[in-house]
Structure formats: C-alpha cells, structure tokens
Design a protein around this ligand. Structure first.
Ligand code: APR
Ligand code: PHB
Length: 390
C-alpha cells in the first residue's frame, strides 16, 4: 500500500488526525493493533474543552455530541464539609466545557471514517516503522499470516503510551520526564442519576473522590485507592460506602447507588517525551505524554497535538512548506507542559499523599481554604480547566 500519512494507532488521536486530513484531501491509513470492539470498550474521561468541541464540529463529527453532550459552566470542589462552586463561565468570560465520554467521541470518529471510506486496518500485529530518518519511510505489520508494507511520506505515532512509535526514536535523542504518583483511581460506571448536575471534586481525610457523569442516568464515580489495590477486592457495596464517606453530607445523602456496569483501576502518572518528532515521525497524544486524570486533560491534550500536527501537514501539502512540521514538537510541547503543570497541581491539591502527614496536610488545607476565598485563585483554576488557547 502507498499513502501520504501512515498513522499508527486507532485511538482518538489517530482517528481525529485521519478525519481532518481527509477533509483537506490528504490521504492516510490507520494501523491499529486491537479490534474495534476492544478500542470502543475502553472507558476514559469525559470532559471536552471548547477547542476540542470546535475541532470535532469542524471535522463533521459534532452532531451527536451537540445532541447528547452536556455543556457545563461550573464544577464544585468539596473540602471539610464545604462545597465551593468554581464558576467557570463567569470567571473566564463565558467559556464552558462539554461532558461527553471519550468512548462516544471515538465511536463518532469511527463512524465518520467508515462513511468516508477511510482505511483502518485493525488487529495488525508487530507494527514497525522503518527508515524514519529518510525521505521514504514505511511501516510493516503482520495480518492474516502475511507481512504487509505501507510506503508513506510521514508516520504519525498515535499509538498511546505503550506503543512502538516513541521507542523508534533513538535513546540518544529522546529524553523522558516522569512522575508516578503513590496511588490510583478506582472508577465505577453505574446506571443511576448523577448525585449532582455538575462535577464534584472532593478532598477528604480518607482520600480524593470524584463525582462525574455521562448522562441523566449514567454516573461515573472515582475514589483514590492504594496503587497495588485489586478490583476484585472492591464489591459494589464497599465502593459505595467508601465513596459516601468521602463526600460532603448533602451529597452523601443524595447519592443514588446501583449495580456497577464497569469497574477498573487506573494508575496516576505524569510523563513527557521530548522531542515529539524524529525525521519523518511525529508523536501525538498519549504516545508522547500522559497526565493524571485530575482535570481531564488527557484527551484534550491529544486534540491540541492533532490541531498543530494537522495544520503542519496541511501547510506541507498545500503550500510546500515544512516549517510547521519542523516546529511541531516545540509548539506542541509548550502547551503540553502547561497542562502537565495544571494536572500535577490539581492532583497535588486534592489527593491524600501517604508521606504528607503533618506539614504537607496543613499546607494542602490552607491552599484549599485560599482557593475557596480568593477569586484570583479560582480564576487561575477556571482558566486552565476550560483549556488554554491553542
Ligand atoms: N501498533 C498499533 N497500534 C497500537 C500499538 C502498536 N504497537 N500500540 C498501541 N496501539 C493502539 C492502541 O490499541 C490504541 O487503540 O494505539 C491506540 C492509542 O490510543 P489511546 O491510548 O487512546 O491514545 P490517544 O489516541 O493518543 O488518545 C489519548 O486517550 O488514553 C487516553 O488519556 C488519554 O484521553 C487521552 C486519549
Ligand atoms: C470522567 O468523567 O471520567 C472524568 C471527569 C473529570 C475528570 C476525570 C474523569 O477530571
């Protein structure tokens, strides 16, 4: 096969890139190692910044989001029995976010690619990029007992944290920055009405908890848990009791409990790889960086990468200029580091750190009290939460 941009990975990054390029007449092929059912079975965060909402609309995949998504203009932070609303819209001159699951975004993108006859190879094994440092890169993969080859102009590495693309950058060039947090998030999806119509981020002595949602009868809740915790140790009853113990009294009273339809544990990590390009390879999304889920920046950062990368490809193919591609890594990393800082800060503010006893706990309480009392502090939080400009 021959294409212009070979895309490794059929998650939201790869799909969105392929869709945007298609609308500008640029060919791509996506090569994904898992089945489509597997990709669509993953439950991830569900808060979309305005920038991503606009991108999805412009890419022709915003209709269902506009029908079913929930625009949110604020959220609560709870601490020591008090709930403080962060008036996102009021503090940012009218900006808001859209609550719409990443799983739904991915499904809408798959549907759009299918309608436009986009080529998505699934269940591809042993995907390998080659000759990235030449003008004729290609990728190979195994499927149906045969080796396949795709010749291309560029390779987009959209294959997530565990993918092969980042590993194709020589260790002498790649620098990795990482922070692993000493806890995870245990998440539950349940067909129950959300406890509140806006999200509640809870700090408590027993640890962090988050009340989120997908729609009027689908709730998403999380509790901070030990890093080595096993899902099998958490019955639904134990989960609900733990969640209730971390919520302010009114929310604990209003919580509607029911059977879980999904339950999983995710570790928390901050990670950045630099640079995000090597020869004709460009990394985007989780392939190049990971944020902890506090603040829901993962998918939104993938989207800003795809914004910069698609603009760079369009400039290359429409104007013959490689300036955007040369600057891609530096441009994308500037915004990535700002979201790294924000999600690290929000994680540090709201979780119970095992090593924090004493001084650290008092500083955390004081920072929350300051946030509750200062419009300036709330504005900084709101500005980052709705998303910094591209
Ligand atoms: N070859 C082909 N495909 C691969 C390979 C490989 N070697 N390794 C991984 N993949 C696929 C995965 O199966 C997955 O479908 O790449 C895809 C990467 O998708 P995501 O992990 O969802 O990453 P991305 O598309 O960048 O989306 C970022 O997803 O993980 C969340 O927090 C993250 O919300 C953010 C968003
Ligand atoms: C979610 O709804 O899954 C979600 C929302 C906000 C976050 C993280 C996850 O910060």
């Amino acid at each position: 096969m021959q294409t212009q941009v070979a895309i490794i990975g059929g998650g939201p990054s790869g799909l969105l890139l392929s869709q945007i390029l298609h609308l500008r007449g640029i060919q791509s092929v996506i090569v994904e190692q898992k089945s489509r059912a597997y990709v669509l079975g993953r439950i991830r965060a569900g808060v979309l910044e305005q920038g991503l909402v606009d991108m999805l609309r412009a890419a022709g995949v915003g209709d269902r989001m506009d029908r079913e998504g929930l625009p949110h203009e604020g959220f609560d932070i709870a601490h020591k029995g008090k709930r403080q609303r962060i008036d996102m819209a009021g503090l940012t001159g009218g900006k808001s976010v859209m609550v719409y699951g990443q799983t739904e975004v991915t499904l809408d993108l798959y549907d759009a690619r299918d309608q436009m006859d986009g080529i998505i190879v699934d269940e591809a094994e042993d995907v390998t990029p080659h000759d990235l440092n030449t003008d004729n890169p290609y990728i190979t993969y195994e499927k149906g007992g045969e080796t396949h080859r795709i010749d291309c102009d560029f390779v987009a590495g959209c294959d997530g944290f565990h993918g092969v693309s980042r590993k194709a950058i020589p260790a002498t060039i790649l620098r990795e920055y990482e922070k692993v947090y000493p806890f995870g998030w245990l998440g539950v999806l349940s067909e129950t009405p959300p406890v509140s119509h806006e999200l509640i981020y809870n700090h408590s002595d027993r640890g962090f908890a988050l009340c989120s949602m997908r729609n009027d009868n689908l709730s998403r809740y999380y509790v901070q848990c030990a890093i080595q915790e096993e899902v099998s140790n958490w019955s639904d009853d134990r989960f609900w009791e733990e969640l209730k113990s971390r919520l302010p009294a009114d929310a604990a009273r209003d919580l509607v409990m029911g059977p879980s339809i999904e339950k999983s544990i995710a570790p928390l990590r901050s990670f950045v790889a630099e640079p995000l390009s090597y020869g004709r390879l460009f990394l985007a999304g989780d392939a190049g960086h990971i944020v902890p889920p506090t603040g829901a920046k993962g998918l939104n950062l993938a989207a800003s990468d795809i914004h910069y990368l698609s603009e760079a490809f369009i400039r290359f193919y429409e104007e013959g200029s490689d300036t955007g591609l040369k600057n891609y890594s530096e441009t994308a990393l500037k915004r990535i580091w700002k979201a790294m800082r924000f999600s690290w800060w929000m994680t540090t503010l709201l979780h119970k750190f095992p090593e924090n006893e004493g001084f650290g706990d008092r500083i955390q309480d004081t920072e929350l009290e300051y946030l509750f009392s200062s419009k300036a502090a709330q504005t900084a939080l709101a500005e980052n939460y709705v998303g910094l400009p591209y």
